[in-house]
Write a protein that binds this ligand. Structure first.
Ligand SMILES: *Cc1c(COP(=O)(O)O)cnc(C)c1O
Length: 423
């Protein structure tokens, strides 16, 4: 049996209908933007393995930092104890965040980062004896798959089966072109009721919705409205964080500052699962009391795992290096040139670019479902050609490791162009 067949015996894969799915491709090795399967076939990882890997696969600099930490202190509980890597991550990250972000809480993945933000918003008001028990989110948002994060998510594909068991979320339209007024008006109605604890959003780019983009000025207006009515704002930068939009964080484009931020995915350069939720002093102070019941009773066994922290530190050093900043600019410039060319193609409906993110919507006859047949055809075409792209419905997006070469980028563009005529 090959690896793929051995896998099939036991493993249950994410977002997969095993009855109809193709066998899973067994990847044996990765380097830079490339992956090789067990038969030696080469693939370009054009989506940075679900947006986690900005600095390339099997990165030596991060690997060395991890090894050093593993042989110094691999793990210690964070309840009652602390350690150098956690303190250093905070000292490095806090100055990169908006000025009002003062405290960090560590967890393991994007969904838990969101859970923590939502729990903090809800308990903040509970601690004060105020009843604010609902939350506001965008239509088609994606915030993760655990219960509260799933409730905040608006893509029915992921949440339909659990409708009756979720916390109460009210959705507003995304302020994309033409929907700015509707979005603002909907939010204004809600914040006035004083029933809402927070507004959670993916700043500037809704990743899982298909790299849907909207303007910073519109988000600023929504955030200002929340501030006025004491509704906390949560910027879920799990996807956008650490350089994807061309800035370290999408919030860098804003004049308003969020009350909380959720970080994960690229935090450790795609090496070790870790997440951080950051907070203002005001939120922290809402739990700071002589009464133990007012504390945040939330934690995970691996909270602030030293090895994860060492990986995060090394990753942030790479992000700040001139070479990596130049890579981000280079990828962005290449995307813009390709956009100019491809948007004239008769099968292209729209294109959009922000930082290292490129997205293209293909014209289709009807609405294409998230994991529909057209999408599957595209996916299979790309895999066959040795490029890992996971279209969302009729939307094809590229979000490569920043260190990808020009030649590899050009191959991705070329295969996308071929798909437009062949699929
Ligand atoms: C991926 C993602 C999450 C969930 O992160 P996981 O690590 O998969 O739990 C949350 N929010 C956004 C914006 C994401 O892109």
């Amino acid at each position: 049996m090959n690896l793929s067949e051995r896998d099939q015996q036991y493993n249950w894969h994410p977002y997969t209908q095993h009855k109809t799915a193709q066998p899973h491709i067994a990847i044996a090795k990765g380097e830079g933007a490339l992956l090789w399967d067990e038969n030696g076939k080469e693939y370009i990882d054009a989506i940075a393995s679900w947006w986690v890997n900005p600095y390339g696969h099997s990165n030596r600099f991060i690997a060395d930092a991890i090894y050093k930490q593993l042989t110094t202190l691999e793990h210690v509980l964070f309840g009652g104890f602390t350690h150098e890597p956690a303190v250093q991550v905070a000292e490095k990250l806090i100055p990169m965040l908006p000025d009002n972000q003062k405290k960090l809480f560590y967890s393991d993945n994007g969904s838990t980062a969101v859970e923590i933000a939502l729990k903090v918003a809800l308990q903040f008001f509970y601690n004060k004896g105020e009843r604010r028990t609902k939350i506001i989110a965008f239509e088609n948002a994606f915030h993760g798959d655990t219960f509260a994060a799933m409730a905040a998510s608006g893509i029915s594909f992921f949440t339909e089966a659990f409708k009756g068991s979720l916390i109460e979320v009210v959705r507003i339209p995304v302020p994309t072109n033409g929907h700015e007024k509707a979005s603002y008006a909907a939010l204004e109605q809600l914040v006035k009721t004083e029933e809402f604890a927070c507004f959670i959003f993916e700043p500037l780019v809704q990743g899982a919705a298909g790299m849907v983009m909207y303007e910073a000025t519109e988000l600023d207006k929504l955030m200002a409205l929340c501030q006025k009515h004491q509704v906390f704002t949560i910027a879920d930068e799990v996807m956008t964080g650490f350089g994807k939009t061309g800035m370290n964080f999408a919030c860098g484009y804003l004049t308003e500052q969020p009350d909380m931020m959720c970080l994960s995915k690229a935090l450790t350069g795609g090496t070790i699962p870790m997440a951080i939720t950051s907070f203002t002093q005001e939120l922290f102070d809402g739990f700071y009391d002589d009464d133990v019941n007012k504390a945040l009773f939330h934690g995970h066994t691996f909270t602030a795992n030293p090895t994860g922290c060492a990986a995060a530190l090394a990753s942030m050093q790479l992000l700040e290096s001139d070479a990596m900043q130049q890579n981000i600019q280079r990828v962005n410039a290449k995307h813009l040139v390709f956009q100019q060319k491809i948007q004239k193609h008769p099968r292209v409906a729209t294109t959009r670019v922000l930082g290292v993110i490129f997205a293209l919507e293909i014209k289709t006859d009807g609405a294409e479902s998230y994991y529909g047949s057209f999408r599957n055809k595209l996916y299979a075409f790309f895999i066959d050609k040795g490029v890992i792209l996971r279209p969302i419905g009729n939307i094809v997006y590229v979000l490569p490791p920043y260190s990808i070469s020009d030649t590899q980028l050009e191959k991705i563009y070329q295969i996308i162009e071929e798909a437009l005529t062949e699929c």
